[in-house]
Design a protein around this ligand. Structure first.
Ligand code: AMP
Length: 400
C-alpha cells in the first residue's frame, strides 16, 4: 500500500508530494486533469492510480469528496485505451468495463466525470450511463454495438440484460462504487444477479465509505489479493459548523435572513419531509431567492434540471431530502443548512459532508428549535464534538 501522507508528523517537514505527472498517466488524461484545474492528486488517487494501472484488484475506504471517482476513472480510461477491444461485431453489445453505483444521481455524476477525464483521448472511448426512472429504449439504443464503459444502477442494468441489450463476455473491469450504500439500500440480490453474469477473470475495484459486516462477504467473494487502501477520514476542520437556536415557526424567516444578510450563494438546504421542501421553495421564491426542491416525488427530469441549474448557479438554493441527495457532488459547495435535523446522526454527518470538500472551506449551519435540542445532543455525541449554540438578533429563543 502506498503511504498517502504528505507531511512527516515527527519532523513537521513537508515532503514534496508527487504530481499527476509521476503517476504514469497518459498525456491526454493529464491534459484533462489540467483543464479541470486539479493541481495535485488526492491521497486516494496517489494510492489507487498506480495499483489500478497494474491491473490489481483494489478495496478502498473512501468517502465522496475524497477524489475517488478520478482515482478509478483515470486508470480505467488509460487501460481501456491501451489494450485492444477483443469484441467483434457478431458478439453483440459487449461492454469492457462496468461501473455500478447505488443511485441514479451518482451514476450520472460518474458518467459526466468520465466524459470530462476522457475528453482528449483519441480515439474517444464510448461511455453509456444507464439508470431507472427514464425511458429504457434510448438506453438500449445507446448500447447498440456495445460500449467501452457502462455506468449503471443495478435495477436498470438487469432490465437491459433481460432485453438482451448488453453482454459481458469481454468484460475486463468491474467497479462497485459506494458499496456500503448499495447494500444499505437493499440492492444485494440485484448485485448478486449481476455478478453471476460476469466472466470470472476480471479486475475488481470496490469503493466504500464504511465497512459494515455484511460487506465483508462481498469483499471476500469479489476481490482477489486486493490492494487495500484506507484513507483516513476527511479533515472536517474544513467544515465550519454553526448552530442557531430558533423557534420552529421562525425557521423560514431565519433562513431567508441568513441567506440575504450573508449574501449566501449556492446553498444546499436539507429538510426531512418532501412537503417541507416544497413549502420552503415557495417561501424563498416569495422573498426573491431562486430556489428548487429536490426529492423523490419529482420526476427524474425535474431532478436533473434542478441539479443542473443549481450547479450552474441559476438557482441559489436547492432544498433536498436525504434520500434524493445521496451522492450529490457539487464542487466547492460553500453552504449546507440543516433546516431540520435528520433522525440518524450518520445522516447528519453525511449532510454536512456535502461542504468543505477538495480542500475548500465550507459552512454547515443547523437551525434547531427547542424540540430538537435533545436530539442534537445525540448528534454531537456521535460527532464527539460540542458546538456552541448561537442566536441571531431578532430570532432569539429562551435560554437552553
Ligand atoms: P469525488 O470524491 O470523486 O466525489 O470527488 C470530489 C470532488 O473533488 C469532485 O468535484 C472532483 O472534481 C474533485 N477532485 C477530484 N480530484 C481532485 C484533485 N486531485 N484536485 C482537486 N479536485 C479534485
Amino acid at each position: 500500500m502506498t503511504e498517502p501522507l504528505i507531511t512527516s508528523p515527527e519532523t513537521s517537514v513537508t515532503i514534496a508530494s508527487p504530481t499527476f505527472n509521476e503517476l504514469g498517466l497518459q498525456t491526454s488524461l493529464l491534459t484533462a486533469i489540467n483543464a479541470l484545474g486539479y493541481q495535485q492528486p488526492t491521497p486516494i488517487q496517489l494510492a489507487a492510480i498506480p495499483a489500478i494501472l497494474q491491473g490489481r484488484d483494489l478495496v478502498a475506504g473512501a468517502e465522496t469528496g475524497s477524489g475517488k471517482t478520478a482515482a478509478f476513472a483515470l486508470p480505467l480510461l488509460q487501460r481501456l485505451s491501451t489494450t485492444p477491444n477483443t469484441a467483434t461485431r457478431s458478439m453483440g453489445n459487449q461492454v469492457r468495463a462496468l461501473i455500478i453505483a447505488p443511485t441514479r444521481e451518482l451514476a450520472v455524476q460518474i458518467g459526466e466525470a468520465i466524459a470530462a477525464y476522457g475528453q482528449y483521448q483519441q480515439p474517444a472511448l464510448k461511455v453509456c450511463t444507464v439508470f431507472g426512472g427514464v425511458g429504457l429504449n434510448p438506453q438500449l439504443l445507446a448500447l447498440r454495438g456495445g460500449a467501452d464503459i457502462v455506468v449503471a444502477t443495478t435495477g436498470r442494468l438487469l432490465d437491459i440484460v433481460q432485453h438482451n441489450g448488453i453482454k459481458f463476455d469481454v468484460l475486463e473491469t468491474l467497479v462497485l462504487d459506494e458499496a456500503d450504500k448499495m447494500l444499505g439500500l437493499g440492492f444485494s440480490d440485484e448485485l448478486n444477479q449481476i455478478l453471476a453474469l460476469l466472466p470470472k477473470k476480471r479486475q475488481n475495484l470496490l469503493f466504500s465509505a464504511t465497512f459494515p459486516p455484511e460487506l465483508s462477504f462481498l469483499i471476500a467473494k469479489l476481490l482477489k489479493n486486493p490492494v487495500e487502501i484506507n484513507i483516513a477520514k476527511r479533515d472536517d476542520s474544513l467544515i465550519e459548523q454553526h448552530v442557531y437556536t430558533v423557534e420552529a415557526e421562525r425557521k423560514n424567516a431565519l433562513l431567508i435572513h441568513l441567506i440575504q444578510t450573508g449574501d449566501w450563494q449556492q446553498v444546499l438546504v436539507f429538510a426531512s419531509a418532501k412537503n417541507t421542501c416544497n413549502r420552503l421553495v415557495l417561501k424563498l421564491e416569495k422573498a426573491g431567492i431562486q430556489a428548487a426542491a429536490f426529492h423523490g416525488d419529482l420526476s427524474q427530469s425535474a431532478r436533473n434540471n434542478a441539479l443542473r441549474d443549481f450547479k450552474a448557479r441559476q438557482i441559489r438554493v436547492l432544498i433536498a431530502t436525504d434520500v434524493a441527495s445521496r451522492g450529490i457532488d457539487i464542487e466547492q459547495l460553500p453552504y449546507v443548512v440543516n433546516f431540520d435535523l435528520p433522525r440518524s446522526p450518520n445522516d447528519y454527518i453525511h449532510r454536512i459532508g456535502r461542504t468543505g470538500r477538495a480542500g475548500q472551506q465550507g459552512q454547515a449551519i443547523a437551525l434547531i428549535c427547542p424540540d430538537e435540542y435533545a436530539h442534537f445532543q445525540l448528534i454531537e455525541k456521535r460527532m464527539k464534538k460540542r458546538l456552541p449554540r448561537e442566536q441571531v438578533v431578532g430570532f432569539e429563543v429562551g435560554e437552553i
